[in-house]
Write a protein that binds this ligand. Structure first.
Ligand code: ASP
Length: 325
């Protein structure tokens, strides 16, 4: 069975001076996940390893370096799904966990599918996952962003990231790839969306997907987006394919973006076309902005986004690493 791995580091208007760290972070995650796959480890292991690396990288809105909620705290969501059994594990609104993806993996191995808040934190204690102080999760860049957002009394995150319906005709297009070079639309989005995700196919023919996020900047405490929700933030099924989503969660939830994308794979679309069709659905049905990464059961890769940029990196067996924004 041919190996494949794709990772992303969020879809938004990544500023020019942040492109290099985003690419470097995606490449590091890809390299570690790829090494695991080539050493015969499972797709589940590979996506967990890749996402952990991006959680540890303060560039991304996942793990340390995540955006802060309205209380000035980091609250994290993560999920992982096994395409062979359709088992999944997710955690939502957890604090003081450096690698929520590994906690999600332990949930997958437990009797539950989704644990939230204090229950998830207590579960971490029972499975030996170390907790840290809230302050240990916060980086100065995000503290400064939070101070700024606090000053903007009228700041409303969903409206800031979703286009009004009348503006859809002005779109410059969806970027889709996997087989060909992307072209870039020009929307300006000032709000970071550095959620991370990974999808892998291992040599045993299994697919897995994993995602992790700090959510949206200045979110309501307790707000949970698409990321830990199966079918919205991620999906993996050996009968169709695997997908990880990124973008504004309130829109992604409405169209079950990851399940929509893998359903397109199941209907016979090539990954690049399935990715494009899923983002078209997000855009046309709910005027949402975001991106998806996909792998089908043959190990073909696709991605699409309708934000100005999405950081990604991928590799398929026999091919070289591809990375871009
Ligand atoms: N999907 C994430 C959320 O809404 C944000 C992101 O992908 O950047 O929580």
């Amino acid at each position: 069975m041919s190996l494949a791995l794709i990772v992303h580091g969020g879809a938004w208007d990544i500023p020019d001076d942040e492109v290099a760290p985003h690419l470097a972070g995606c490449r590091r995650a890809l390299a570690a996940g790829w090494e695991a796959l080539t050493n015969g480890r499972s797709a589940l292991d590979a996506v967990e390893i890749a996402v952990r690396i991006m959680e540890d990288d303060p560039t991304f809105d996942a793990g340390v370096g995540s955006v802060l909620n309205r209380d000035g705290l980091v609250e994290l969501d993560a999920a992982i799904m096994d395409g062979a059994t359709l088992r999944s594990g997710a955690v939502a609104a957890v604090r003081g966990i450096r690698n929520p993806i590994s906690l999600a993996r332990r949930v997958l191995e437990s009797e539950a599918a989704l644990l939230v808040g204090r229950g998830a934190e207590r579960f971490a204690d029972t499975v030996g996952i170390e907790r840290c102080a809230d302050e240990d999760m916060i980086v100065p860049r995000e503290r400064a962003r939070w101070e700024e957002l606090r000053r903007l009394a009228a700041y409303r995150t969903p409206d800031a990231f979703q286009r009004p319906p009348g503006e859809v005709a002005g779109l410059r297009g969806i970027v889709a790839g996997g087989d060909h070079a992307p072209d870039h639309p020009g929307l300006r989005i000032q709000h970071p969306g550095d959620t991370v995700g990974a999808v892998a196919l291992d040599r045993y023919g299994n697919l897995a997907a994993a995602v992790s996020t700090g959510g949206t900047p200045f979110k309501l405490p307790g707000r949970v987006g698409d990321t830990p929700l199966i079918g919205a933030g991620l999906y993996a099924d050996v009968q169709t394919g695997g997908c990880a989503s990124t973008g504004w969660g309130e829109s992604i939830i409405k169209v079950l973006l990851a399940k929509t994308a893998t359903d397109f794979l199941g209907a016979g679309y090539a990954p690049v076309e399935a990715a494009r069709a899923a983002i078209e659905r997000l855009e046309q049905r709910v005027h949402g902005l975001g991106g998806v990464i996909l792998i089908d059961v043959r190990g073909r890769v696709g991605y699409a986004f309708n934000t100005p940029r999405m950081a990604y990196a991928y590799r398929v067996e026999g091919g070289a690493e591809v990375a871009g924004v």
